[in-house]
Design a protein. Sequence first.
Length: 247
Amino acid sequence: MMSKFLKEVVVILVGKQAEPITDLLDNKKYVNEFLIAKKLGLTINQTRNILYKIADHGLVSSIRKKDKRKGWYTYFWKIENLKSLEFLKDILTKKIENVNNQIKSRETKVFYICKNCNIEYNEENALLHDFTCPECGEVFVKSDNAKVLKELTKESEKLKREFAIIAEEIGKEKEVSEKKRVKEKNKFEKDKKDRRKRAKKIEVKPVKKEKKAKHKSVQNKKKQKSKKVHSGVGKLNKKSRKKGKKR
């Protein structure tokens, strides 16, 4: 079903000839544009023109990688499912609105037709031409609004069913997108916590060394002071002993 909708989008934007490109564009990984061109049997410029037309509406995204040996850039493309479905939903909304306007018009107005030319006119335009076809001169006959209304109602119901399916697919895509976003957010938060833990470990180690160094320096100072005190006491004892001898 998704493939059908994506093909419908591509046909609206580029034309029937570009329809096969949807089978080559993945929505999970980026695909090499040269590979796409090869499988489509087109030149790289023709392929790029198709992709650029779709990209103008934001329905495909791309990344580029530089060829280290040749030095040029190669583009890789991916289709955006959610945006494509929303684009198609907008198209269908306009179609449904247009059909409903026609139904309303048929229910309230009278139309005339030239059976020879199969050209239909509303009552105002028919009156301007005196109810005579300007192409062949045939007199207009009243259109069968009941038949046209039946066809328009069928078309409206068909479009509404398709709209409901697309709305359901959009809901699924949003759910997948939300799960992916939450997963990426959780991964980011986990990586952030891990980085903080590593940073804390790096910060703690020097602090411990500094504390040890300070502790050692304090102990050394105390030892030096005690040595000075002991040496001073020793000198005093020597002096007192010398004085005692002299006496």
